[in-house]
Design a protein around this ligand. Structure first.
Ligand code: HAM
Length: 421
């Protein structure tokens, strides 16, 4: 028995319908705000993530699926999408197109993480990036698109938290101060944080070890050491969001686990999954494209964890999407199969969802099967009826049935389906 790889999932029907619905809504809403899909490879050069997400981050230092290909090149299954978007922007000369460029992406990402609820090794993200706009208006648009999308899916209890990381120069100053404040307790930090101390001290703020958290909680938050320009930028974002009546909460210690961010960073928290299993993360990254060798092009965006989003999808939305108004088409005996298939096709073209009986069951077994499938309506196509130019349309929820002319079967079924809505 071969089993799936740890941390991967089989997503089965009808659960997949929730995924289809979430992705359709994302295409509609995010597309409505002007974001067009870009499809990017799952495999990238390892160096791409080392140079963008950052060497000292958990993602790069512990979580990447990295391997040498047959020619010995180091490749990585992408752990996130923003770095690939930046690479593709440079490689395809997307700076030549009218700016700003609005892009969306969907699909699997890979991180070797410890498994728990909402944390997988293969998971899917839905993300957008706006490239070529440095103003707070772009941050506001991205957060507004996120909020609109979540509201469209029926969410009303998610919390958006926001912080100001300042510019890289501010961050250097912040890190100096952080080290100074932590110095007297340096020995109490965990082994990982000892390593972070030299390699990437900002990442001490990501540590989940309780003692490290306690020590960090005593230090000055990053938002307090940012420049006036950076402060004005994020304050303006916050003001506009208030005007849009999009509630956001300041989280002065939020730093996000990736190195490319500056100024605005944000996350979406669900009360159900808690603060360590966030639904969405995003922020501004004005130096990312130039750090990869492109011209300086500012950017801001977010990525939603689709697995987590679906795990906490509001019950009403779940019920609406999963409610199936199924029709079974049941050829019974003799030469009924061809006519039944034609009826099935006409029903599908009229918008119904059809399962046709194709295993040669008896009528009794057909009706039992329709019940198990939770069908709303069954169309029974018997030999005798066909000879008379009719079929039986059975309302399975009420247990009533009528005999109708073959050319009115579709209309009769659709009417019944509408009644059960
Ligand atoms: P991130 O916070 O690393 O940001 O990931 C975004 C979201 O992906 C998380 O909030 C979470 O919902 C989901 N996620 C991450 N790891 C896992 C996992 N192991 N299992 C399930 N879901 C997971 C980024 O990836 C940035 N590229 C976001 C961004 C876009 N920033 C600017 N533009």
């Amino acid at each position: 028995m071969i089993r799936k790889v740890k941390g991967t999932r089989d997503i089965l029907p009808p659960e997949t319908r929730l995924w289809n619905e979430v992705e359709r809504t994302a295409l509609d809403v995010l597309g409505g705000f002007g974001y067009s899909e870009i499809r990017l490879p799952l495999l990238e050069s390892t160096e791409l993530f080392v140079r963008t997400v950052g060497e000292g981050t958990d993602i790069v230092s512990k979580e990447m699926y990295t391997f040498a290909d047959r020619k010995g090149r180091s490749l990585t299954l992408r752990p996130e999408g923003t770095a690939s978007v930046a690479r593709a922007f440079i490689e395809n000369g997307l700076g030549q197109r009218p700016q700003p460029l609005r892009l969306s992406y969907f699909g699997p990402m890979f991180r070797y993480e410890r498994m728990q609820r909402g944390r997988y090794r293969q998971f899917s993200q839905i993300g957008i990036e706006i490239l070529g706009a440095a103003t707070p208006a772009a941050d506001v648009e991205v957060i507004m698109a996120l909020h609109t999308f979540l509201a469209e899916l029926g969410f009303d209890d998610l919390v958006i938290v926001l912080n100001n990381l300042g510019d890289p120069e501010d961050r250097d100053r912040f890190i100096e101060g952080l080290k100074e404040e932590l110095m007297p307790h340096k020995d109490e930090l965990c082994g990982d944080c000892q390593r972070r101390w030299n390699e990437n001290p900002l990442r001490i703020l990501d540590c989940k070890v309780p003692r490290c958290r306690e020590l960090v909680a005593e230090t000055t938050p990053v938002a307090e050491v940012v420049s006036d320009e950076a402060k004005a930028h994020v304050d303006e974002v916050e003001r506009a969001l208030a005007e849009l009546e999009i509630p956001v909460r300041r989280a002065p210690r939020l730093v996000r686990g990736l190195d490319y961010y500056l100024r605005t960073v944000f996350e979406v928290i669900s009360p159900e999954l808690g603060e360590d299993t966030v639904i969405c993360g995003g922020g501004r990254y004005d130096r990312l494209i130039s750090d990869l060798g492109g011209k300086p092009v500012p950017g801001v965006g977010f990525a939603i964890g689709e697995d987590r989003l679906i795990e906490v999808l509001p019950e009403l939305t779940r019920e609406r999407v999963l409610a199936e108004r199924l029709v079974t088409v049941l050829p019974v005996g003799g030469k009924t199969m061809g006519r039944a298939a034609r009826l099935a096709r006409d029903l599908v073209l009229a918008g119904a969802k059809v399962h046709t009986e194709v295993t040669g069951r008896s009528l009794k077994a057909c009706l039992k099967w329709s019940g198990k499938m939770a069908a709303s309506v069954a169309v029974i196509v018997g030999e005798q009826e066909l000879a008379e130019g009719v079929a039986v349309v059975r309302d399975l929820s009420r247990g009533e049935q009528e005999t109708v002319k073959l050319d009115t079967v579709v209309a009769a079924v659709i009417e019944l389906l509408e009644k059960t809505d």
